[in-house]
Design a protein around this ligand. Structure first.
Ligand SMILES: [Zn+2]
Length: 394
């Protein structure tokens, strides 16, 4: 077992990071495999943050990332005192945030060998914040390692790109995701294949669909909504339903993540073990729990927005299937289990309208990403899905 076991379909990235960890354990001459600033890019769900946390754990772990020790578990649970995980709950970081971050991370590691800062959303930095960060990225203190994550290289400023070493993740294939679901969670092959296909390579989503019937039902309801948009009232209902489905998905994810992180930290610091924990262990446990609580709170806010985006990606897949039937392309449908409804939509709609609907969903996704008010964005989207030429009328 090791921290790399949970990374799915990224052999090149794992190779790069294991070499870096091996080099980093040689303090006199780390060599070129290790560097102090990394940029991990990959599509949502490809496992950017999981990989960054695995790298941090491997750097801190005395055994190079065994995946079982206290250090590995607290790091991956978000509670290691020398690993800071930054998740944005606002639209963008400002210069003050960056300064604050730098002053916190410049202290000497308290227990680990490294101070690791993982920034999950480096694409959300403002140019002022980047200016503050650049100096540190250029000449980082010996003990400091930065791991910046972003969807793609184009999402970060060139000045950040040029000062970091790039590790690019790819979308795992359907069969890689399906196999991982079977091996790791003992999902039966048919369900694993469905979840892998429906999630389109998004690992967390695939697991939720394979293990949580509620998630499957909510997804089904979102995909049924295009067929319900008979009048404007129905559009508002569909928008509200989509937002509730996304909120429930977000709650179920955060409840599970929070509980497992808290349990990891408690176990790591010996709570519940025989005898009372010493006052020092207690203090460390409390500060780790406090740090985890803070990241959990900002994560909850973001998860709803992420899950709305997931639902919109599902709707895009639906219209992509409609388009496939309309064009007669010999390509498998993502939502094959809904073929009857997709066939009805394909026969009753014009092909240009299907493209307009697809574009409307992409615009809605952009507005969700730009912190648009979710109910308004979704209501406007449903009205456009009902009547895709509504914006072309004068
Ligand atoms: Zn370990």
């Amino acid at each position: 077992m090791s921290v790399w076991d949970q990374i799915i379909g990224q052999p090149e990235a794992v190779h790069t990071f294991t070499r870096a960890v091996a080099a980093a354990t040689n303090p006199r001459d780390p060599g070129p495999a290790m560097t102090h600033a990394w940029l991990v890019t990959g599509p949502p769900g490809s496992g950017r943050s999981t990989l960054a946390a695995a790298f941090a754990a491997a750097l801190q772990c005395p055994a190079g990332g065994c995946g079982a020790c206290t250090v590995c578990r607290t790091t991956q649970g978000g509670g290691h005192p020398d690993v800071e995980i930054i998740r944005a709950d606002t639209l963008s970081y400002g210069a003050d945030d960056a300064r604050h971050l730098i002053s916190r991370s410049s202290v000497i590691p308290t227990s680990g060998r490294w101070q690791v800062v993982i920034i999950e959303d480096s694409d959300r930095f403002t140019s002022e914040a980047v200016n503050v960060l650049l100096k540190v990225l250029e000449e980082p203190p010996q003990h400091l390692v930065w791991v910046l994550c972003a969807p793609s290289q184009e999402d970060v400023l060139p000045t950040i790109r040029s000062r970091t070493r790039s590790v690019q993740l790819r979308t795992p294939t359907t069969s890689e995701v399906s196999q991982a679901l079977q091996d790791r969670y003992e999902i039966d092959p048919a369900m694993a294949a469905f979840a892998a296909r429906a999630s389109q390579g998004h690992i967390g989503r695939a697991r939720a669909l394979a293990t949580d019937e509620g998630a499957r039902i909510r997804r089904q309801e979102v995909l049924r909504s295009p067929a319900t948009l008979r009048d404007l009232a129905a559009c508002f209902v569909a928008a509200g339903d989509l937002l509730s489905a996304a909120t429930e998905d977000a709650q179920s994810i955060s409840t599970e993540l929070d509980a497992s992180e808290t349990a990891d930290i408690r176990q790591a610091y010996g709570e519940g073990a025989q005898g009372l924990p010493s006052s020092k262990t207690n203090r460390l446990a409390n500060s780790a729990l406090k740090a985890a609580e803070k990241t959990q709170k900002s994560r909850r806010t973001r998860l709803i927005r992420d899950q709305v985006d997931r639902a919109l990606v599902d709707l895009i897949a639906y219209y992509r299937d409609v388009l496939i039937l309309q064009t007669g392309a010999a390509i498998p449908l993502i939502n094959d289990e809904m073929r009857a409804q997709i066939q009805r939509e394909a026969s009753s709609a014009d092909l240009p309208d299907t493209i307009l609907r697809w574009e409307a969903i992409e615009s809605a996704r952009a507005m969700v990403a730009a912190n648009g008010a979710l109910p308004l964005v979704l209501e406007a989207l449903m009205v456009e899905l009902k009547d895709p030429r509504i914006n072309q009328r004068t």
